[in-house]
Design a binder for this molecule. Sequence first.
Ligand code: G
Ligand code: G
Ligand code: MN
Ligand code: NA
Length: 254
Amino acid sequence: LQMAQLLRQDMEGERLYLMLQAQVDIEGGRHVAAEALLRWAPASGPEIGPAEFIPVAEESGLMLSLGRHVLQLVARLLSERRDLLESELRLAINVSPQQLVDARFPEDVQRLLRETGLPPPRLELEITESALMGSPEESRRALLQLKSLGVRLAVDDFGTGYSSLSHLKHFPVDAVKIDRSFVQDLDRNAGDRALVRAIIAMAASLGLECVAEGVETESQVQLLREMGCHLMQGYLFAHPMPYNEMPLWPSLRR
Ligand code: G
Ligand code: G
Ligand code: MN
Ligand code: NA
């Protein structure tokens, strides 16, 4: 609860900020997207990651204001990164379970699009599989509303949330992001290989794009490529970095 208080205080000022991590198309050799990742540097003590403070925000009633704050940070990011705004890259942002079902959220997203001039298909909203599957019917309605704005929708951390494929089929989503826990051991673990292969095949048959997260080695790249997945994100290509530093084009050496 003390963390919640500190977080509330830091929602103004510069202690909450966004990093960007590139997403690459391994075939085209380009960046196709940048994911905005929230960071918190409290006045005292070490930096705290979103995996720790997002749940605190959700439990303490702060999540909706934090989520709106992130949209403001995104608007500022785009005003400072005209090159990114005017490029073809998508900007991906993470949406928490509470935000997804907040009645105001679609208006907030629409305002962001209007204020920044970012074309809707270049905004991607990432929602975790477990958030979607908690109450699939409610999620589906929320997704349909967001989809009607023209934005792109992706299922984050895919494979961890006991997705029922029949639900997935009825969600208006554009992409799944394979959770990095399955990518990590791809070259050592036959079970993970089978699972990732199945996710990629399923995505293809549903007409969804597939992004592999947490790619750290060349052998993971080769395996994913052979399985038909060419969109990747991970330390091998780029770490999350201050948003002013993320290049629009990948560096040549890898
Ligand atoms: O960047 P990092 O690995 O620390 O992120 C940990 C988790 O926090 C990831 O699952 C990521 O999706 C989530 N996350 C990062 N930024 C945001 C954000 O702005 N909003 C929400 N809801 N989750 C975020
Ligand atoms: O759940 P989500 O995909 O939004 O989480 C993204 C988080 O994963 C980011 O916080 C980022 O710091 C982390 N991340 C990104 N790439 C890698 C990677 O290659 N390896 C590891 N271990 N973590 C990564
Ligand atoms: Mn994400
Ligand atoms: Na993820």
